[in-house]
Design a protein around this ligand. Structure first.
Ligand code: GDP
Length: 450
């Protein structure tokens, strides 16, 4: 299994940490040393390991321990988050051209990395998404590559465009694109020729293809089992021809996982998919979060962390709801709610978080168009600027805001006084409205005041 030994080692480190109720700095240092060893043994690049440990150390030393977690679990939380960051934080999707326009994808990589197989696997995934891909046999040097592509394509029910092994790949690519246009294909996947090692011929051939037709996505296929060599290859391909993403194959046979862990940090390019076996269905979208959980193998702690995070939000929401009921909602609360909203990633969340308000309001919010949401978010930014220009007393007691104070706030936030007046008025309206709503008053037709 992928990451087997890394996973085992990290879990041992955490088991030791979790046993301790309190952690000294020396405990953390010792744990970090172990983590470093485990990552190096997993063949993660040295520089990547060094940066990783440094970040985890900095974050662990100053960290407040969250309610519901012990210090050891807090370190697991930080390591988990940094592993996710290391692998690219978010899942990256292959970007298709809009509408019926053809998306051209060029597969690159060394011989044996898994290009031909992966091209066919991708074609299958695209077909399931409702696309009509065309596979193009561009590996004219490796004996049997064309046949292999044809056999796999047939299993996937996808057509192959081939011109045999005597025509140069850039010409094949050009002819394939013309064919795809006539044939109503919306994705063209070019299989290209690899070599055993990086060489000039291979790079210039790929570059020539790029000069001949528009390639929208250049995807490098690397073999996880070759570890750091694979990462070095990726860095070189990225430098010479420019990559959009990477597919890491044979993760099923790689117990170390170093390539998958380092490639994003070294090249800056995301992993799109991972190959998990020889079968044509064995290609999985890459989810950094899931991969990190898999490596840490700590379902229990990770769900505890999630719960602790949820509890914090819930606590704040309860507190705010209490204040609302007493109509004590002030500018500090407003700032806090915008902060939480940002954390939760949506304008609708602020209302959804307040018990008793969620349903009705959130429904009203969904009616906001994207433009309106954008505008509202911009307005909110200005409101924040104005609140930051207030003194703490003014934030707690909005009634203090007389004309001269408003004038000062306007100057501080770089807006004119009319805007401050408008904001205070809207804030008061919002407060009034919220009071009505918490009393179970009218629910429909609510409009955000910003
Ligand atoms: P190419 O030279 O880059 O086109 O490589 P191929 O597509 O011919 O693949 C080389 C070998 O790796 C083949 O035997 C494939 O079946 C195998 N292979 C490709 N991807 C994976 C994978 O994700 N897992 C496993 N176990 N084998 C794979």
């Amino acid at each position: 299994m992928a990451f087997e030994s890394l996973s085992e080692k990290l879990q041992n480190v955490f088991k030791n940490l979790k046993r301790k109720g309190r952690l000294t700095e020396a405990d953390v240092k010792e744990a970090l040393k172990e983590i470093k060893r485990a990552l190096l043994a997993a063949d993660v690049s040295f520089k990547v390991v060094r940066n990783f440990i440094k970040t985890v150390e900095e974050r662990s030393v100053g960290a407040d321990v969250m309610n519901g977690l012990n210090p050891g679990q807090m370190v697991v939380k930080i390591v988990n988050e940094e592993l996710v960051n290391l692998m690219g934080s978010e899942t990256t999707e292959i970007q298709f051209q809009p509408g019926k326009a053809i998306t051209v994808i060029m597969m690159a990589g060394l011989q044996g990395a898994g290009k031909t197989t992966t091209a066919a696997k991708l074609a299958g995934i695209f077909t399931k998404k409702g696309k009509k891909p065309l596979l193009v046999a561009g590996d004219i040097y490796r004996p049997a590559a064309i046949k292999q592509l044809e056999v796999n394509a047939e299993k996937q029910g996808v057509e192959v465009f081939s011109m045999g092994d005597q025509v140069k790949p850039p010409e094949i690519a050009k002819a394939a694109l013309e064919y795809a246009n006539k044939n109503n294909n919306d994705v063209v996947i070019l299989d290209t020729a690899g070599r055993l090692h990086i060489d000039e011929d291979m790079m210039s051939e790929l570059q020539e293809i790029k000069d001949t037709i528009t390639v929208h996505q250049t995807i490098l296929v690397i073999d996880a089992m070759t570890g750091q060599d694979a990462v070095n290859v990726a860095a070189e391909f990225n430098e010479k021809i420019g990559l959009d993403g990477v597919i890491v194959t044979k993760l099923d046979g790689d117990t170390r996982g170093g390539a998958a862990l380092s490639v994003k940090a070294v090249t800056g390019k995301p992993i799109l998919y991972v190959g998990m076996g020889e079968k044509l269905t064995d290609l999985e979208q890459f989810y950094p979060e899931r991969m990190a959980s898999r490596i840490l193998g700590m379902g229990d702690v990770l769900s505890l962390i999630e719960k602790a995070e949820a509890d914090i939000d819930e606590e704040k929401a309860k507190e705010m709801s209490k204040k609302l009921k007493k109509a004590q909602f002030d500018f500090d609360d407003f700032l806090e709610s915008t902060k939480q909203m940002k954390n939760m990633g949506g304008l609708g969340s602020i209302m959804g978080m307040l018990p008793g308000l969620g349903g009705g309001m959130a429904k009203g919010m969904k009616n906001l168009s994207e433009d309106e949401t954008d505008q509202a978010e911009k307005n909110m930014g200005r409101m924040e600027a104005m609140i930051y220009s207030m003194t703490p007393e003014e934030r707690r007691n909005p009634d203090l805001l007389n004309p001269s104070r408003k004038h000062r706030i306007a100057k501080g936030a770089g807006v004119d006084i009319a805007e401050v007046n408008r904001m205070v008025k809207q804030f008061n309206e919002m407060k009034k409205m919220m009071k009505t709503m918490t009393k179970g008053g009218k629910r429909g037709g609510f409009k955000l005041p910003f």
